[in-house]
Design a protein around this ligand. Structure first.
Ligand code: NAD
Ligand code: MG
Length: 392
């Protein structure tokens, strides 16, 4: 029997790697739903190639072009945010959540009761609503599989039955494109330089987050929710080669690491095949070619995002929602060249310093707080960007 699968965000970087694996193993999987935000051509091409039952484009204005692109094929076209949410409730054996940003929270929330296995690449919902999502998965008996390469690495070497013997988990970070840059150079970094990651090919948002190290900060909070470890039990180490994807340190002195090529096909194949091992169609690591694996401590001064994320995790309450929302808006503004690189963390700091009294016990609370922070951050950006225009 073929496993039924859906991919939310199938046209993105993680989505494309997932589609490549599904194409490689066509005989094992039956594709139910593929979704995208705006990229009609790629969504249609994937849907036709994989004979998907439904293709959903979130941008409602693109329904006609999606219908045209799919005419004569068996895939049914749908459009709009509501269609995306309705389709997330569709029951499947395995679903990949690979939308970028908090836009993926509601689809993920809907998917949990209806998917036997939910593979999560989309880290922002875990940062903002991790407790809610993990308890929902527990309530419905849904298996959550981490796809973020670090968390997938930890998942592979984390002995649940020996959890009490785990001293800490160690997330590796490449250090991003600005690892060796001075603070003065980083201050003048352009969007093009920020998205040019040395090891990984990824979407624009996560690439900027990697350059600011906010990606690692978000991953610390993500790890807290996925593995139930406190901030003190989660370390970050810079490992520029991106070969060791993360480690777990046990009380007997053992440190278990997962290694692989810097290619998301491996964690995706791990999640798709789980609990079996599935042949990857991506790169494999040739250990004979490695001559040097190096490690450095992260620089919390040059990359304040890490400190802000640890502080937000320790503060608990609504701080992670605020951190994530302000960061998403700031990254978008930086990508549009409205603010310079270091101003992104000014936005996050400004948001965290405000007294938001919203609680975060329900999905509605979280979405509400996220919206308020976005609006306030946009106002803050308008204020500071006019200052930058004058200075420029
Ligand atoms: P991407 O920008 O390449 O793709 C994002 C996908 O989400 C696209 O299919 C896009 O159409 C869809 N999308 C965007 N906004 C949407 C909206 N408002 N509604 C519905 N769909 C929307 O992003 P990516 O690099 O593939 O990253 C996806 C997620 O996975 C992110 O949360 C990222 O942090 C995480 N992740 C990515 C990588 C990587 O290597 N790219 C690694 C680890 C984790
Ligand atoms: Mg990662």
């Amino acid at each position: 029997m073929k496993k039924t699968v859906s991919v939310f965000g199938s046209t993105g970087s993680v989505g494309r790697s997932t589609v490549a694996l599904l194409t490689h193993h066509k005989e094992r999987y039956k594709v139910e739903i593929l979704t995208a935000n705006q990229n009609v051509d790629l969504l249609a091409a994937h849907s036709i190639a994989l004979k998907a039952k439904y293709a959903v484009i979130a941008d409602e204005t693109k329904l006609d072009s999606l219908r045209d692109a799919l005419s004569g094929h068996e895939t049914e076209a749908m459009a709009g945010r509501q269609a995306l949410l309705d389709m997330a409730s569709h029951s499947v054996d395995w679903v990949m959540m690979a939308i970028v940003g908090l836009a993926g929270l509601e689809p993920l929330f809907q998917a949990i009761p209806n998917g036997n296995v939910v593979a999560i690449a989309n880290k922002e919902p875990l940062v903002s609503a991790g407790a809610l999502l993990m308890s929902r998965a527990q309530r419905y008996g849904t298996t959550i599989l981490p796809v973020d390469s670090e968390h997938n690495a930890i998942f592979q070497v984390f002995e649940k039955e020996n959890k009490n013997a785990i001293e800490k988990i160690i997330l590796t970070a490449s250090g991003g494109p600005f690892r060796t840059w001075s603070a003065e150079q980083i201050a003048c970094a352009t969007p093009k330089q920020a998205v040019a990651h040395p090891n990984w090919s990824m979407g624009a948002k996560i690439s900027v987050d990697s350059a600011s190290m906010m990606n690692k900060g978000l991953e610390v909070i993500e790890a807290h929710h996925l593995f139930g470890m406190s901030a003190d039990q989660i370390d970050v180490i810079i490992h520029p080669q991106s070969i060791i994807h993360s480690m777990v340190q046990y009380c007997d002195g053992s440190v278990l690491a997962q290694m692989g090529a810097p290619d998301m096909s491996t964690p995706i194949a791990n999640a798709l095949g789980y609990p079996d091992r599935l042949e990857t169609c991506g790169q494999k690591l040739d250990i004979q070619t490695l001559s040097n694996l190096s490690f450095e401590r992260p620089d919390f001064e040059k990359f304040p995002a890490l400190r802000l994320s640890y502080d937000a995790l320790r503060a608990q309450g609504n701080a992670p929602v605020i951190l994530n929302a302000a960061n998403e808006v700031a990254v978008e503004s930086f990508l549009m060249s409205q603010i310079p690189f270091p101003a992104m963390m000014e936005c996050v700091e400004e948001a965290l310093s405000k007294n938001y009294t919203h609680c975060t016990s329900t999905l509605e609370d979280i979405v509400d707080l996220d919206q308020s922070v976005r609006t306030d951050t946009e106002v803050f950006i308008q204020k500071i960007s006019s200052h930058f225009k004058k200075a420029g």
